[in-house]
Design a protein around this ligand. Structure first.
Ligand SMILES: CCCCCCCC/C=C\CCCCCCCC(=O)N[C@@H](Cc1c[nH]c2ccccc12)C(=O)O
Length: 342
């Protein structure tokens, strides 16, 4: 089964070089909200179907195409309904392919050639609301601590105390081992001997946001709200924090660490949504889905080396775990490091 999604995240008008829904082509790039995430996959799938129909191609086995319409808000009415329908028909899937990692060109430090990473797992996620309620007052006679001050201190503790570096505990180590030959000396020797060098490599990886994201559960403060008037001390301050959970940890473990780090009973912690990291899909030589994908990538991207990786974002495919044990996350395009912020 091949998945993609039609919806995009909002496109507020400010900050765009071209109108966000123009699809304007400039300097070899198509500009617009959702071009990478996930219109490129939708168009890729539909164009491939058209071509196959034109050529009178007869597939050896049946396959499904699933185009969700609410992936960016967790896929409850799109992907989940597709899963329900397939389950009610007793369908089992050989493998699922969804958006995810890509052909990375110059993104992994030390690797010169473009390499294709197939996401064989996906990080978990937990989103928390942190709320502080304190007596309100007038700014002319402030108390020693306010709701805003207490919440700011808690949020700052979370930022200053990241969750532990888990490199070597999770599947990201397999990625470096498989790509060892792509690094120049001495990195090739180090990657091939992670049992010895993982403490050094893990420190290097955590220095850059994109590789830090694969070695630990990340902490992102995404919403902060308090106060309405410059001379009123507000009763309530609230922050939203999103953690992306490393495959070596669980929701429960992360929650325990967060409680200990905040360590302030005045900060009320409530869970908005959470799920554990996804199971690791097989990527051995006998796995039909992984091998088919690897062969296809080799034929399209000039034999780029292929390795399994951890998808740091979440996808609709996570809803398909009861239909197959083989879920792969790969978007068929090249990404350079400057593209990561696009
Ligand atoms: C050694 C260096 C390795 C560096 C690897 C970095 C490569 C980055 C390449 C690609 C990025 C991966 C993006 C994957 C697709 C993500 C799709 C997406 O944006 N999802 C959203 C929305 C979302 C969907 N389900 C949930 C559930 C809970 C929260 C959010 C979402 C997202 O993940 O935020």
């Amino acid at each position: 089964m091949i998945l993609a999604h039609l919806d995009v995240v909002p496109a507020p008008p400010e900050g765009w070089d071209v109108p966000p829904f123009s699809g304007e082509e400039r300097d070899g790039y198509i500009y617009g909200r959702g071009t990478l995430d996930d219109k490129s996959c939708v168009i890729g799938v539909l164009q491939a179907l058209e071509l196959m129909l034109k050529r009178g191609y007869k597939p050896k086995r049946s396959f499904y195409i699933g185009l969700g319409h609410d992936e960016e808000v967790s896929g409850h009415n799109g992907a989940m309904k597709i899963v329900e329908r397939l389950q009610s028909r007793g369908v089992k899937l050989l493998f699922v392919l969804d958006e995810g990692l890509a052909v990375l060109d110059g993104v992994i430090q030390g690797v010169k050639r473009p390499v294709a990473l197939i996401g064989t797992t996906e990080k978990g996620s937990i989103t928390l609301n942190l709320t502080v309620n304190q007596p309100p007052g007038h700014s002319s006679m402030p108390p020693e601590e306010t709701s805003i001050g207490i919440l700011s201190a808690a949020v700052s503790r979370l930022e200053r105390n990241p969750l532990p570096n888990m490199f070597g505990v999770g599947p990201e180590a397999s990625m470096f081992e498989q790509l060892a030959g792509e690094f120049a000396f001495p990195l090739n020797v180090m990657m091939a001997n992670l049992w010895l060098f993982s403490p050094i490599i893990s420190r290097v990886l955590e220095r850059t946001p994109s590789s830090n994201a694969i070695v630990r559960t990340t902490t992102a403060i995404t919403i902060f709200n308090a106060g309405v008037k410059s001379n009123v001390i507000p009763r309530m301050a609230r922050a939203t924090v999103n953690f992306r959970i490393h495959p070596g940890q669980t929701v429960t473990e992360v929650l325990d660490i967060v409680r200990n780090t905040i360590s302030d009973e005045r900060v009320e912690i409530s869970v908005l949504n959470s799920f554990d990291p996804l199971p690791i899909s097989p990527f051995d030589e006998s796995n039909f889905g992984y091998q088919t994908l690897q062969r296809t990538i080799h034929s399209v991207f000039s034999a780029a080396p292929v390795a399994p990786g951890v998808c740091i974002g979440n996808t609709d495919s996570r809803h398909f775990v009861n239909l197959t044990d083989s879920i792969y996350r790969f978007s068929p395009f090249k990404m350079k490091s400057e593209d990561l912020s696009r």
